[in-house]
Design a binder for this molecule. Structure first.
Ligand code: ACM
Ligand code: ZN
Length: 763
C-alpha cells in the first residue's frame, strides 16, 4: 500500500497538468463514437510504465512500447501484469479486459492527468485504443502530451477490410508493411492480399518452384508501357516502374518479384501485432495465366489464351489441375493462420470448358447442366478442401452463379448485380460488401469521389433484419493494373482510406461529412509527417472548363492550406519553378491553366487542367411545336469512345422524359440523346456529367463536358453561358457491358440546381 502511494505521488509530479483544452487539434479518424474532452493533459515519458491486467494483453503493451519508441526515441517501462484492484499509481498506461463492454471490438480510453487507462473487450480492441492514442500523439517528437478525455468507442462492422493487388504490380515487403501500418492507424482489421493473377505469381510455393522462378516475372506489358509514357508525358514519378523490380539475365530484362514464405510469415506477424488478419487470395479458376504459362497442363488445351473478355482459366475437368490447386492451398494454409481464405473465382471465361473433353466429361459425370454449374462444382470442391483444413472460404460474388454452397462467404463487388446480396443472405451466407461503384480505390478520382464514398449507405435496401445480420462487413479494393509504384498506391488510396474508415466504423446515422471534412487538414498534417503520397483535396468550384462573360475572378481554393499551387498557361507541366498562385486574380481573356499541387515536402501531385473561356451568351433557338422529351438512339455495341457510337447502326429509338437509360436497352449500351434544353434565364451554367463508362455533352455542337473513354464512375464539370430559351443538346454515353450509369446535373451561377424534368426537355 505504502509503496503504491509513493509511486502514485512521484507519478503525479512527473505528469504535467496543463489546464488547456486542445479541441482544435483533436481529429481522430475514424471519429470515436463518444468523446468527452476534459480539463488538463497527461504527458508520457521514459519513466511511464505500461501495465496490464491480463497476460493476454502483453502483446498490446509491447506494441505500445514500440509505438512510443518510434515516436519519441525512448521506450517506456513495461512493468507486467497487475492484478487485483490495487490503486494504479500515476504515470502509467494500464490495459485491462472488461467483457461487460458491449459486443464487438469495443474499448474505453480514459486519459487523465495521472495516467491512461484502457478497458477493452479483448486484446484486439485494446490495440484499437492504441491506434487512438497514436493519433493523439505526434508522429515524431519527445513531448508526448495527451489531452485529458474519455472515449467510448466501437465499430459498426466486424470486417473492415482493404485489399491490395500485388499481382499486377509487385510491392516490396517494406511497402506492404507500410500499407498495413496505415490500415492499422485508421482501424482497418482485415488485409486481403491478392497474390496471383494473369500478370504474375507472387507467393513461393515449395512444391512448384517454377511459379516464382518464372511466373513471377514478365516482359513489360501494355499497362507498363502506358505507365512509362504517362511518367514522361506528365512528368509524374508515381508512374515510374521501380528499377529494383527488374531482373537481368544476360540480355533479357524482366520485371516482377515475389514473396518467399519467410517474408510472408514476417508480414503476417507484423499485421497481427497491429490487430490485422491477413487473407490471402490465390485467384482461381480464372485469372490464372501466370501459372498456366509455366505449367500449361493446368489449362484445357495446355496453353494460355485470351477469350472474349478474360483469360482462359484452368481446366476443372482434369484431376491434375485439382491436385495442383489443393497443393498450392495446402502451403498457403500453413502460412496464413486466419480462418478466412479467399478463392477468388471472379471473371471466368468459360468458352474453353464448352469444348474441352475433360470438362465435358466432368459435367456429364456430375450431372451438371452447363459451364456455370461446372464453375460452381469447382468452387464447392475447393470449399470442401478448405473446410477439411479448418478454413472458411471467401469468393467474389460470381460464386453465387450456378449454385452457391451454403457456407461460403460472398464478397460482393459487381455493384450492377443488384440482387447478389439479397440472394446470398437469403440463403444464410455471410457477405462482405465491396461494391465497385464506390469501393474500388484504383478508379480515377474526381471532385466527388471522396464525398460519395463517405456518404455511401453501403447496405443494399430491402434486407430483412435476419439478412442484415449476415453482412460481415465492408472492404475497399485496390487493383493495380494502372498502379506501377507504391507511391501511386498511396495516391489512390489516400484520402479514400480516411473516408472509408468511417464507413466501416461509424453507422450511417453517425456519419457527418461536414464534421469529417473540417478535421481533414489535421489528418493531412499527419500524412505529411508520415511522408504519405496522398492526393490533395480538390479545388473548390473549379471545373474542367469554366465560362465567363465580360471578366471573371479566378480563385483557386485548396482546402489544405499547406499545399502550394503552381501553374502554367502554355500547357506545359508545372514544376517547382513555375508561377506560384498567391491569391485571386482578374481575367478578361480566355486562358487555359495547368495546375499542380505541391505538398509541404515539395513532392508534386497530379496535374489539373482547367480552361477559362470568355464567351457571349449563346442564342436560343426557336422551336415550333416541339415534342416532349429527348430522343435516345440505342446502338448495340461495346465501344471504347463516344465517336465510335454513331458508326454502329441504330438498334432501337426511344423517347425519354428525363435522362435515363430506356427500359429494354441491353448491357451493350451505346446511346445518343438528342433534343433541346430549356434555359430559364441568361446565365453561366455548370454541367456535371457523371458516367461509368464514357460520356460527352455537346451544346450548340460544342463540347461542353468531355468525360469520354472507358472508365469507372467519374463526374466532370464544364460551363457554358446561355441565353433564355431552347438550346440544342447532344449527349453520348456508352457502357462496356460491366454496369454503369449516366447522370447530368445542371446548376446556375448561384449554385441553384435545375431539375431536369420533362417540361425542360423537347425534341
Ligand atoms: C474483381 O474486381 N474482378 C473482383
Ligand atoms: Zn477443361
Amino acid at each position: 500500500m505504502k509503496k503504491n502511494l509513493l509511486i502514485f505521488l512521484i507519478g503525479a509530479c512527473l505528469i504535467s497538468c496543463r489546464e488547456k483544452k486542445e479541441t482544435g487539434k483533436i481529429a481522430i479518424v475514424p471519429r470515436p463514437v463518444e468523446l468527452i474532452l476534459q480539463e488538463g493533459t497527461c504527458t508520457l515519458n521514459a519513466e511511464t510504465r505500461i501495465e496490464y491486467g491480463d497476460p493476454a494483453l502483453e502483446p498490446v503493451a509491447v506494441y505500445l512500447q514500440t509505438v512510443i519508441r518510434e515516436i519519441a526515441g525512448y521506450e517506456p517501462v513495461l512493468s507486467g501484469v497487475k492484478t487485483g484492484d490495487s490503486v494504479h499509481p500515476g504515470n502509467t498506461v494500464f490495459f485491462s479486459l472488461n467483457e461487460t463492454l458491449r459486443e464487438g471490438d469495443a474499448y474505453r480510453l480514459e486519459i487523465h492527468p495521472k495516467g491512461v487507462q484502457v478497458e477493452a473487450v479483448n486484446p484486439r480492441s485494446a490495440l484499437l485504443a492504441v491506434q487512438t492514442l497514436r493519433q493523439l500523439l505526434p508522429v515524431h517528437g519527445a513531448d508526448l502530451t495527451l489531452p485529458a478525455l474519455q472515449i467510448t468507442d466501437y465499430p459498426t462492422w466486424e470486417w473492415r477490410g482493404l485489399m491490395l493487388d500485388a499481382a499486377r504490380h509487385f510491392w516490396s515487403k517494406a511497402e506492404v508493411k507500410r500499407f498495413i501500418d496505415l490500415m492499422a492507424l485508421y482501424k482497418f482489421n482485415k488485409f486481403h492480399w491478392h497474390l496471383t493473377d494473369d500478370q504474375g505469381w507472387r507467393i513461393e510455393i515449395k512444391k512448384y518452384p517454377q511459379l516464382t522462378e518464372k511466373a513471377a516475372w514478365r516482359h513489360y506489358n501494355n499497362h507498363d508501357r502506358e505507365c512509362m509514357r504517362l511518367a514522361e508525358k506528365e512528368s509524374n514519378d508515381d508512374f515510374r516502374l521501380p528499377e529494383d523490380r527488374l531482373r537481368k539475365t544476360g540480355d533479357t530484362v524482366e520485371y516482377g518479384g515475389f514473396y518467399t514464405q519467410e517474408e510472408i510469415r514476417e508480414v503476417v506477424a507484423y499485421a497481427a501485432e497491429r490487430g490485422i488478419d491477413v487473407i490471402p487470395e490465390i485467384d482461381m479458376p480464372g485469372h490464372f495465366s501466370a501459372a498456366i504459362s509455366v505449367i500449361p497442363e493446368l489449362a484445357c488445351f495446355n496453353a494460355t489464351g485470351w477469350g472474349r473478355e478474360f483469360s482462359a482459366p484452368i481446366c476443372p475437368g482434369k484431376e491434375g489441375t485439382l491436385a495442383f490447386c489443393r497443393d498450392v492451398y495446402s502451403e498457403v494454409f500453413e502460412l496464413f493462420p486466419y480462418e478466412y481464405v479467399h478463392l477468388g473465382a471472379d471473371e471466368v471465361e468459360k468458352d474453353n470448358w464448352k469444348k474441352c473433353p475433360h470438362c465435358r466429361a466432368r459435367i456429364r459425370a456430375n450431372g451438371l447442366k452447363d459451364e456455370k454449374e461446372l464453375q460452381a462444382w469447382f468452387v464447392k470442391q475447393m470449399e470442401v478442401f478448405f473446410r477439411g483444413n479448418g478454413k472458411k472460404m471467401i469468393g467474389w460474388d460470381e460464386i453465387i452463379d450456378g449454385g452457391l454452397s451454403e457456407t461460403a462467404t460472398v464478397m460482393w463487388w459487381r455493384s450492377w448485380v443488384k440482387n447478389a446480396v439479397h440472394r446470398a443472405t437469403e440463403q444464410g451466407n455471410e457477405v462482405i460488401l465491396a461494391p465497385n461503384s464506390h469501393c474500388y480505390f484504383d478508379y480515377k478520382q474526381d471532385y466527388s469521389t471522396l464525398r460519395k464514398l463517405y456518404e455511401l449507405e453501403i447496405v443494399p435496401k430491402g434486407l430483412t433484419p435476419g439478412q442484415r445480420k449476415q453482412i460481415k462487413g465492408v472492404q475497399g479494393n485496390t487493383w493495380a493494373e494502372w498502379i506501377p509504384s507504391y507511391k501511386r498506391v498511396e495516391y489512390l488510396t489516400m484520402p479514400r482510406m480516411l473516408a472509408f474508415s468511417e464507413v466501416a466504423w461509424r453507422s450511417d446515422s453517425l456519419r457527418n461529412w461536414e464534421e469529417f471534412y473540417i478535421g481533414l487538414p489535421v489528418q493531412f498534417g499527419r500524412l505529411d509527417e508520415l511522408g504519405v503520397n496522398y492526393r490533395p483535396l480538390d479545388l473548390e468550384n473549379v471545373y474542367t472548363s469554366n465560362a465567363f462573360v465580360g471578366e471573371t475572378t479566378v480563385e483557386w481554393k485548396q482546402p489544405l492550406p499547406a499545399v502550394q499551387l503552381r501553374y502554367t498557361t502554355d500547357g506545359s507541366v508545372p514544376d517547382e519553378h513555375s508561377a506560384l498562385y498567391a491569391g485571386p486574380f482578374k481575367l478578361t481573356e480566355s486562358r487555359e491553366y495547368t495546375i499542380r499541387f505541391f505538398r509541404p515536402n515539395g513532392s508534386a501531385a497530379d496535374i489539373v487542367r482547367t480552361a477559362y473561356r470568355k464567351e457571349a451568351y449563346r442564342s436560343a433557338v426557336e422551336l415550333t411545336d416541339p415534342a416532349a422529351g429527348w430522343k435516345c438512339a440505342w446502338h448495340e455495341a461495346v465501344v471504347n469512345s463516344c465517336d465510335e457510337i454513331e458508326k454502329i447502326p441504330v438498334k432501337e429509338e426511344y423517347t425519354v422524359e428525363s435522362l435515363r437509360v430506356p427500359e429494354g436497352v441491353g448491357g451493350k449500351r451505346a446511346l445518343v440523346y438528342t433534343g433541346y434544353l430549356w434555359i430559364g434565364k441568361a446565365d453561366v451554367y455548370t454541367f456535371s456529367l457523371g458516367s461509368d463508362d464514357g460520356s460527352q455533352l455537346y451544346l450548340h455542337g460544342e463540347l461542353a463536358v468531355d468525360n469520354d473513354g472507358p472508365h469507372g464512375p467519374v463526374t466532370l464539370m464544364g460551363q457554358m453561358a446561355l441565353e433564355k430559351g431552347w438550346h440544342p443538346v447532344r449527349l453520348y454515353y456508352f457502357d462496356m457491358n460491366n454496369g454503369g450509369f449516366i447522370d447530368l446535373k445542371i446548376s446556375d451561377s448561384g449554385g441553384m440546381n435545375i431539375e431536369l424534368t420533362g417540361d425542360l426537355l423537347k425534341h
